[in-house]
Write a protein that binds this ligand. Structure first.
Ligand SMILES: Nc1ncnc2c1ncn2[C@@H]1O[C@H](COP(=O)(O)OP(=O)(O)OP(=O)(O)O)[C@@H](O)[C@H]1O
Ligand SMILES: [Mg+2]
Length: 124
């Protein structure tokens, strides 16, 4: 979290896909710890694009963007996975891996984070 308690800070952010006119223009928002936001709008308004930006699947093409008080706009690519690990996303399509069991799917992020199997199962 930033010193000012902000989790997400977008300031006049723009996003364009491959040189197209901007899909998002001058989007500004701030989200503090423990706050909720609901994002609504017609199909094609850019809801998914905004969320993808927040979970760092796309970088904005202009503006200022901070996550947990860190500059996500100019952070080197190598710094992004650590930031991304602090963000939880529940996708509309669940993106479960078919060849894994339900338990293995849930445990996978812990495995990637280096938490051992004993710790995993101790909590079940
Ligand atoms: N990867 C992409 N490349 C190019 N254009 C894209 C890409 N993703 C989205 N777009 C375009 O950006 C605009 C916003 O799309 P987006 O999917 O963010 O809207 P949405 O609000 O989530 O819509 P829906 O309610 O249908 O899910 C649309 O015009 C879409 O065609
Ligand atoms: Mg969408």
């Amino acid at each position: 979290m930033g010193a000012d308690g902000l989790i997400i800070e977008l300031d006049k952010v723009g996003l364009s896909y491959g040189g197209e006119p901007e899909t998002l223009s001058d989007v500004s928002m701030r989200l503090g710890e423990g706050e909720f936001r609901f994002l609504t709008g017609p199909s094609g308004a850019g809801k998914t694009s905004l969320l993808k930006m927040i979970y760092l699947a796309h970088r904005p093409t202009r503006g200022r963007f901070s996550l947990f008080g860190e500059d996500a706009m100019n952070a080197p690519r190598e710094a992004l996975p650590a930031l991304r690990r602090r963000i939880g996303v529940v996708f509309q399509e669940f993106r479960l891996l078919d060849h894994l069991t339900a338990f293995e799917n849930v445990a996978l992020p812990m495995k990637v984070a280096g938490i051992n199997q004993k710790t995993n199962t101790a909590k079940t």
